[in-house]
Design a protein around this ligand. Sequence first.
Ligand SMILES: O=C(O)CCC(=O)C(=O)O
Ligand SMILES: [Fe+2]
Length: 122
Amino acid sequence: MGHPWIPPQLGYKAEAAIVNYYSLDSSIGGHTDHSEKNHDAPLISVSFGQTAIFLLGGIEKNVVPTPMFIHSGDIVIMSGPTRLCYHAVPKIIPNAEFAVDGRWSTIMSKMRLNLNVRQVNL
Ligand SMILES: O=C(O)CCC(=O)C(=O)O
Ligand SMILES: [Fe+2]
């Protein structure tokens, strides 16, 4: 299947996915994702549920990070110059306006799920 927002010449292969579960008091510290063999292949993530504060730093740890919100349904692509940048999720912010159908609303009101898709091979 093609990915309309990824240039086909990149030959991106979605080979693995990490599901990150965040309760309302979860966080993930500053890190880079460098275990994959091909650092030209972007990291693509889709988020569901409660809002996250996302910090995007630089290639070096001493770069002051840019804070941004990631809301439910947002897609973050770390590619090109940002592929190996430091990043973190220091805080989950409950979103009072969050609503999805029925039982999902109750379940997702207490968590954030982040599906992080990766190409791991060359
Ligand atoms: O939860 C997120 O938005 C980021 C997760 C992440 O950085 C990772 O799985 O490496
Ligand atoms: Fe990461």
